[in-house]
Design a protein around this ligand. Structure first.
Ligand SMILES: NC(=O)c1ccc[n+]([C@@H]2O[C@H](COP(=O)([O-])OP(=O)(O)OC[C@H]3O[C@@H](n4cnc5c(N)ncnc54)[C@H](OP(=O)(O)O)[C@@H]3O)[C@@H](O)[C@H]2O)c1
Length: 427
């Protein structure tokens, strides 16, 4: 039986999962490919991780040993980060080897260069695990839905923030202690910045948008806002309105152009994405062709992510000879729809001095900008009152112009809380 040698770069959480699955599922992989796909080499610097590599596999600390080995046909990069991962991937592709990776930061910033290099060298670059861990969304977009025009993607694509917001909604607790608990339970990193700032989700949305809309979207094209400003007070007000907080990646085609962003927002408790709680991920796709599809599952974890990596390895082995699957599917250049022009719905909570005329002043400022209020609630305290407003859909620029004027009013206390609303049916 023909043999296919795999090299793993990095033997950490995902790398060791891939190593284990290649051995435990060897028979299934043989049946799926008709070939003996085996782990030939591991590049790993840490002695304690090297010790986990199965006997018979060559362990090295030198990338040259991997790229110079003619029996390595597929290089699986699971180091993460930009360098040296980029260098290693480019050199592997130039040597004619296929590359499989889970590296979202690299793909979302250097995807075009890497895919072109794969194309130029007649080989493959696959990255299913870079977007939503174990959930096969890239393959579905690239292959299963190739004949459909996807117009909207809404994704819960970061498990850490979904865990935190789900826990806040369930317990009513504040953000800081919930984050601390998530760290203690292993659902958030010691340095959670990449996750809670929305940057990790933005990288994944860049990758998903590029594939879905066939036009290159990079990390820099996806404006992102984190969950640090979400308070327990707003979560409670949202609950009273039948809404739950989520960090959503929202990518849409508007007038033939792309708008892709990540922000915390409220969605109705009955929406399919509202039921996606804890560290789970989900991607909700809309198209005139198929209406709605939701893909759901674990977005991270060593073994689930490794299973998506193995799926890519099998796809490469099966399409290596005779099969045709393009590397880069960005054959359009759609351009971007400006954020200011996007029509959104907003929730606003503003604390004001409780005196006559305040409501009329605020309503007047919104009216001046053509911003129409859908509902308003006043919750009195001692000398101040909380106003909770929900708006009809409005251009973002108009809303924020009005908000700037309202924030500057002497009767306004503190900073108003603004949360976008998605999939809200105002009846
Ligand atoms: N973990 C997940 O659930 C998950 C989910 C989806 C995607 N991913 C992606 O999968 C990739 C790997 O993540 P991971 O969680 O497995 O990371 P990890 O546990 O930190 O593993 C990376 C391994 O690569 C090693 N390494 C670093 N630089 C190296 C070099 N120059 N040569 C050889 N080895 C080197 C690291 O050693 P040191 O520790 O010494 O640096 C570590 O053992 C990342 O791109 C990540 O974004 C991970």
């Amino acid at each position: 039986m023909e043999r296919v040698g795999i090299a793993l770069l990095g033997y950490g959480t995902v790398g060791s999962g891939v190593g284990r699955l290649l051995s435990e599922s060897a028979e299934e992989i043989r049946l799926a490919t008709g070939k003996d796909v085996y782990l030939r080499r591991v590049l790993e610097l840490k002695p304690d991780r090297q010790a986990l590599v199965p006997d018979g596999v060559q362990v090295t600390t030198q990338f040259a040993d991997v790229v110079g080995d003619p029996d390595v046909q597929i290089v699986v990069e699971l180091i993460g980060g930009i360098e040296p991962a980029r260098d290693f991937q480019l050199a592997s592709l130039k040597a004619g080897k296929a590359v499989v990776t889970a590296n979202k930061q690299l793909l979302s910033q250097h995807g075009a260069e890497l895919l072109q290099t794969a194309e130029d060298n007649g080989t493959f670059l696959r990255f299913e695990a870079s977007a939503v861990g174990a959930v096969p969304v890239i393959k579905v977009l690239r292959e299963s839905l190739a004949a459909a025009e996807v117009t909207n993607i809404m994704g819960i694509v970061n498990g850490t923030t979904n865990y935190i917001l789900s826990a806040m909604a369930q317990s009513g607790a504040e953000y800081a202690p919930t984050l601390k608990k998530a760290q203690e339970l292993g659902f958030a990193e010691a340095d959670p910045t990449e996750d809670v700032s929305g940057k990790d989700a933005a990288a994944k949305m860049a990758i998903l948008s590029s594939i879905a809309f066939h036009s290159r979207v990079t990390l820099a094209d996806v404006e992102h806002e984190g969950i640090g400003g979400i308070t327990d007070i707003d979560v409670a007000h949202g609950k009273a309105l039948g809404l739950v907080p989520k960090l959503l990646g929202v990518a849409q085609l508007i007038d033939g152009r792309i708008n892709a962003r990540v922000y915390p927002c409220f969605i109705p408790a009955g929406h399919p994405l509202a039921g996606v709680s804890g560290a789970y991920n989900a991607v909700f796709l809309e198209s005139e062709t198929f209406d709605k599809i939701m893909l759901f599952g674990p977005g991270a974890g060593g073994t689930p992510t490794a299973s998506a990596v193995i799926g890519d390895v099998i796809s490469v082995v099966n399409t290596a000879r005779g099969g045709y699957v393009r590397n880069c599917v960005c054959y359009k250049d759609l351009g971007f729809y400006p954020n200011d022009e996007v029509v959104s719905r907003f929730y606003l909570r503003v604390q004001v001095v409780d005196e006559s005329g305040v409501l009329a002043t605020i309503a007047g400022i919104f009216g001046d900008q053509g911003v129409s209020i859908h509902s308003m609630q006043q919750i009195g305290e001692e000398e101040t009152a909380q106003l909770v407003l929900v708006f009809h859909p409005v251009k973002e620029a108009a809303f924020f112009r009005a908000l700037e004027r309202i924030s500057a009013l002497p009767v306004v206390r503190g900073t108003p809380s603004v949360i976008r609303m998605e999939a809200y049916d105002a009846r």
